[in-house]
Each structure stands twice: as structure tokens, then as C-alpha cells.
Design a protein around this ligand. Sequence first.
Ligand code: PLP
Length: 394
Amino acid sequence: MQPSRFEQLPPYAFPRLRSLLDDIEPGKPEINMSIGEPKHPFPDFIAKALVENQSDYGRYPPTGGTPQLLQAITNWLARRYQLPAGMITPDRNILPLNGTREGLFSVCLAIVPASSGPRPLVLIPNPFYQCYAAAAVAAGADPVYAPATAENGFLPDYPSLGEEILDRTAAVYICSPSNPQGTVASIEYWRTLIELSKRHDFVILADECYAEIYLDAAPVGVLEAAASDGPERVLAFHSLSKRSNAPGLRSGFVAGDAELITRYRQLRNYGGAPNPLPVQAASAIAWSEEAHVEQNRTLYRQKFDLAQTKIGDRFDFYRPEGGFYLWLNVGDGEEAAARLWRSAGVKTLPGRYLARDQVEGDPSSNPGAPFLRLALVNDFETTQEALDRICVWL
Ligand SMILES: Cc1ncc(COP(=O)(O)O)c(C=O)c1O
């Protein structure tokens, strides 16, 4: 069989973690901090809405979304980002997604142009959410990894890549608040990126699935930064997975440039799997409800306070502006993950598995290598127990 174009991708982060830990006996009962799966309570009102609408599982859902869902998303965006009236409209600027992952993946198929010359480029922060690389490759583009390290405030410095690369660029991924570092792009950062996208004619794919998980100020969004000129070349991705503790609901959306949304809708009409109608009904309610989101943030804040008390200034600890991860500089993330599992039964994710070597064949050029990612998704008591064990064994 011919090799597939995906052969260039390394094994996914979690199989790599299994290979690292499978032969090691955990020293204590397992606590899993490796996966960013929210574990705060799933809201009862979402469950109720699913049941109330269950007869609609008997109908094919519309790819473009129900009017109720599109309106709820429009209202939430306008409220959350103080968008001017009419900037985002239900029928022109929004598409529901089955969570952001499938959208962040398939969007490249719709927007990366076919090229008879050199392959188009897709820019990706390094470290990054692994789906971006597969999306670029699937669309016949070459991924270009831009380091997002402490030196550049954990955000990629795309303008520094130079004219030649930027001119070939079809799309740029940017995650804010970022996974794994929890960094928030400022309004100036977004504006610079938007200016760059106009100059070099590329699309901004803003992964904002952690936008509602923040410690102090609500993160600025790309649509907010685009408000004065409109969302041309901008697509923002949002999700209920983190906001509403509903990762299994599979519900999110993309919003932005009407022309890009039309192109993407066309592709989804052919090969998309629309959200079931009961999910769309429940999602409309979830986007309209804020109390559960505020409660959620309170729970995360309590755990970050706890982590700060326990870890202090070890491992370059910092309180991230958003998201729910600790990104600890432990020197060698892989070694530390194995040691924590063996000694403390705590499962964590080596930063190396979320990043690529900047210089091919040189593992020391991997910007994630010194780090360990810890997801603060468990309840307070479990998190406390895990942090106590970590402080003994790291
Ligand atoms: C950065 C980032 N983007 C996207 C996703 C996908 O989330 P979902 O598909 O549940 O919306 C995740 C999930 O952990 C993530 O960390």
C-alpha cells in the first residue's frame, strides 16, 4: 500500500503517554491529570432539554443550525464581546459544529486553496492542539511551526516569519486562551494579526474554546478585535465542552467571515454530520445561561489558588490568564511524568507530546520538552491530593 499523506504525523499524544507509562506500576491509586476533560457537574438543564426534545432524534437535523440555536449564539457573541449590531448575523456568519475539534480539522479542507505551484502553508503555534497539524496535511498544505515560548509570552511571533513564508500562508491557527500555557492574546496582538492577514491574504483560525475559563478578566476575542472593520478573513471557534462541562454533548460553533462560512457550509452540506436536533435545542439554552459558567469559573479559581499555595514559585509556576492547565517547567517533562506515575500514581502529560522539534532531528529544540501539563479538571479534594503527592515527588 502507498504511504498516506498522514504518515508524516507522529503518534497522537495519548498513545505516546500510554507507551511511556504502560510498563510502570503506579505507586498509588491513579489520579488522572493528563486529559483536558472537564469533570465539574454536567448541567441538569442540558440533560432536561435533551429529554424534552428526544422525539427529534427521529428527524435529520439541518446542517446550518436551527434558528433558535443560531439566535442564541448571536446573542451570546454580542453580549460576550460587545459586538456592534449586525456584525454577526444568524444566517450569514455562524455554523454549528460537533465541538470545535472537528471544525478546526475540517475547516482547512474548505478554505485552503488548491495550488499548482508550491504547497500552501498553515502556521501553527508550537506547542499546540494536535488537530491543527492533521488539518493542514489533510488540506494538502505544509504546516509551519512557530515557537510559543516564555521568551515571546507563550504566543507565536507570526510577523517574524518573514514575507516569503507569510505570502505562501493560507491559514493561521491561534489558540487563546492557549492550550497548554493559558496565555491570552491581547487586543493589540489580535489587531496585528488581522493587519497581517490583510497584507498576506490568509485566514485567521482562532481557537477560543477556553474563552469562558478565566481567572480574572474575560479574554478579548478575535471578533472583538475585528469589530471596527468586520470579520473578513476571521473565523472564531467556540465550544460548550469547557464552558458548560459538556465535552460529551459535542457542541460548538464557528463564527466570522460570511464568505468563508458559505464555503464551509457548502462542504458540510456534502460531508458534515450536523448536531442532532435535541443537542441543538439544549445548546441554545446553554449559550443563553451564564450562572453555571460563573460557578464553573469559581471552581477553577479555587483550584488555581490551591496550586499556587502548594507549588509556590517552584517550576516557574504562574497563574494562567485562562484555561485550566498548569504548565510547569520541570526540566524534562517525559522523565517527570514517568517519575510521578511510578512514585505518586499521578498521570500528567509531557509537554514534548504537544509540540514538534523546531529543528528536525534535534529533540532538544522541542519547546514543550522541559514542561509538564497538568489539567485541573478533577474536584477540589482530588486535586488537593494530587498536588500534595506532586509536591513530594517532583
Ligand atoms: C485547544 C483546544 N482546542 C479544541 C479542543 C476541542 O474541544 P471540543 O471539540 O470539545 O470543543 C480542545 C479540547 O481539549 C482544546 O484543548
